[in-house]
Ligand binder design. Sequence first.
Ligand code: FAD
Ligand code: UQ1
Length: 448
Amino acid sequence: MACSALRTVVLTTRPLLQFRAAPAGALHFSTTTPAAGEKKHYKLCIVGGGAAGISNGSKFGRKLGQGNVCIVEPSEVHYYQPMWTLVGGGVKSLTQSGKAMADVMPQTVDWIKAGAEEFSPENNLVRCSDGTEITYDYLIVAMGLQLHYEKVKGLPEAFQYDGVGSNFSSKYVEKTFRAIQDFKGGNAIFTFPNTPIKCAGAPQKIMYLADDYWTRNNVRDKANISYNTALPVVFGVKKYAAILADLCQRRNLKINYRHNLVEVIPDKKEAVFEHLDTGEKITFPYDMIHITPPMGPLEVLKKSPLADSVGWVDVDKQTLQHVRYPNVFSTGDCSSLPTSKTAAAVAAQCGILYNNLSAIMDSQEPGKKYDGYTSCPLVTSRGKCILAEFDYDLQPLETFPVDQGKERRTMWHLKANVMPEIYWTGLLKGRWAGPGFYRKAMRLGMGK
Ligand code: FAD
Ligand code: UQ1
């Protein structure tokens, strides 16, 4: 079927779609995938239709025009994952965090509704799960990362039990708030794994929301709350780490450093941690547990020539261009960019990538340099937030002319009410490249 005909299917079907979050994948949508086994050529192929794929698709779809850009994405639903902290905390619903993929797919791009299964960058070729073969002039890899619940013994089976939740998956995030509501006292544990993760603040944000919920509901004085983290620090940036460690002390939240979750035994309500310095195995009884799973690169990337030694897409940390294949770029969680993996980072990368890939298309050198900007709105209770923003050197890079290390109600509103709008109508439409412009304007206004 020709591309234009495929697009017609999309346009006529769009208004009929009603998004319902659960069960994920229950939506059915006329596929825009070329017939299985068909060979297609695009000027630009984007793999992944998450935050990074859709935002870049919008920008390059406008630039290159209809029929020249495709997005390879198997999922029917696009989630605004940053909202899951608030879903797990009982402030928002899972439904509010998602839209039908068809509704966020830029109208200027062709949606190949399949998974990428093989990359052959020597041949400028992507093979898809349905046999479709796509050749390209340029490629953007934006496939996110893999959650590895199965690397903890007893998972994912333990999610069938009450008291066990995880904000990192649409399957388990609603269980978090149920566990918080059901908790009537005892031990509550919040974990952080021994791998890089997306949104490194999220494992502790949910602890703060739970603590706040139990305080409001007169359960807090019956609760022992611990944050068991594989890391030796509570946060990677010194300024915020000092503030958060102090906050934990004031609120009697016990931090157990270098504690890595290795097993959950749900029928006994026990969690086993390995102390990463001593190797000792320590068993913690729990009444509720929030699990942040180990994470890593997707298998399909790991086995591809695009990968670095770990499996992340091997790109230059400043230009986002692949270090071996100049017509390939990568952005977001799947990339090797050594910054904290967030949608805020994706936004900042989006502007850099657009400029640099456009330069390559015009046979020029990529001139824009990414400074590693990333951000983590550290929700500290329902109604309060510390807005951490920093760069590759873990130095604060704050947007607003106030001390962002302070808990603020304004930053809560930014996180809970403003950011979703910026995400859906700014980032995904290719019209939000992060707050860099505003930061510089505000600093100039203040004479800095
Ligand atoms: P994703 O958005 O995960 O998208 C990856 C896409 O690739 C998916 O659509 C997937 O279906 C697709 N894909 C997978 N495999 C294939 C394949 N084989 N072929 C084709 N496509 C494939 N960020 C913030 O900035 N602020 C926050 O406050 C924040 N809080 C967070 C809280 C939680 C609980 C979580 C889970 C995340 C949070 N994040 C936050 C992080 C943010 O959501 C991610 O960093 C961001 O979504 C990364 O975008 P991405 O496009 O790289 O990956
Ligand atoms: C941001 O740009 C962004 O991407 C859309 C987020 O993801 C949801 C964020 O959480 C944050 C904090 C930013 C940065 C934006 C401002 C206004 C500081």
